[in-house]
Design a protein around this ligand. Structure first.
Ligand SMILES: Nc1ncnc2c1ncn2[C@@H]1O[C@H](COP(=O)(O)OP(=O)(O)OP(=O)(O)O)[C@@H](O)[C@H]1O
Ligand SMILES: [Mg+2]
Length: 256
């Protein structure tokens, strides 16, 4: 399916970074991890963030997701400026509006798959939308594993629990830092397929950091970072086109 403009409905920005900089350390040891990055993540769009190791991908994601502070610039989730929030409000915003999928699945070992999936909502005191929960569980194919604990699940199944957990509360935006990095290619393809379906069919917004051109090809758009700056972007990426583009970084070598 190609993206066609939706007539009569403005494309809404789910998250936006403006002139975002993040500097670690001081003096000699100072590292500019992000150098005045401006980027929009539109609603119902699947964006991949790529770039060499150390280019600032995780830092960008963590700053936009409200998991890390930044040195200057601004970040908006929906209409909310993160810089204007107190710690408590930020925690609440993260809980209510943002879903996370990390490479380490971050599942609680003592809880079942289902309990892990609904945990963020339980903590927030929110009742899961039952029908939605069933849809998500069906989509990730965990129906007959719901009573299992993480240790009784394969890596791919654990990652699917993490995906379901991120989707279950219908967050405005889901961030994933190499969400398929630990998976074999088949499990990885499944998880990426769910993410793409959640964008196409459910209007979910997804931002994913990846090193893998095949994974990036599931996205609607790839944003390329190098040395803390956005250097290019690509719409409707194919793995070949992404691979080609990444070659220039290898040719130049790393600066750090
Ligand atoms: N806590 C920290 N203290 C000092 N420097 C840091 C810290 N975290 C990250 N950096 C530096 O900031 C830069 C960007 O790091 P970041 O983790 O965002 O890169 P990345 O693109 O996610 O890399 P990778 O692909 O290896 O995960 C790097 O040069 C890194 O060394
Ligand atoms: Mg990283």
């Amino acid at each position: 399916m190609t993206t066609t403009p939706v007539v009569g409905r403005a494309t809404t920005t789910a998250a936006r970074a403006t002139d975002l900089s993040k500097i670690y350390g001081q003096g000699e040891t100072q590292v500019v991890a992000l150098d005045r990055v401006s980027v929009d993540f539109r609603q119902a769009e699947f964006t991949a963030i790529m770039g060499p190791s150390g280019s600032g991908k995780s830092t960008l994601m963590h700053c936009v997701a409200g998991l890390d502070t930044f040195s200057s610039g601004s970040v908006r989730i929906g209409e909310t400026e993160l810089g204007s929030l107190k710690d408590k409000q930020l925690t609440k915003l993260r809980r209510d509006k943002i879903g996370f999928i990390f490479q380490a699945y971050n599942l609680l070992p003592t809880l079942t798959a289902l309990e892990n999936i609904t945990l963020p909502m339980d903590i927030a005191g929110r009742k899961p939308d039952k029908q939605w929960l069933e849809t998500v569980i069906r989509m990730v194919g965990l129906k007959d594993r719901l009573g299992h604990r993480p240790s009784q699940l394969s890596g791919g199944q654990q990652q699917r629990v993490a995906v379901a957990r991120a989707l279950a509360s219908k967050p405005d935006i889901i961030f994933g830092d190499e969400p398929t990095g630990n998976l074999d290619s088949r499990s990885g393809a499944e998880v990426l397929g769910f993410l793409r379906n959640s964008v196409r069919e459910l209007g979910q917004t997804v931002v994913m950091v990846t090193h893998d051109p095949v994974a990036a090809a599931y996205a609607d758009r790839v944003v390329f970072l190098a040395d803390g700056r956005i250097v290019d972007e690509m719409y409707r990426p194919t793995s070949d086109a992404v691979l080609d583009f990444m070659k220039q970084f290898d040719a130049k070598g790393r600066t750090s």
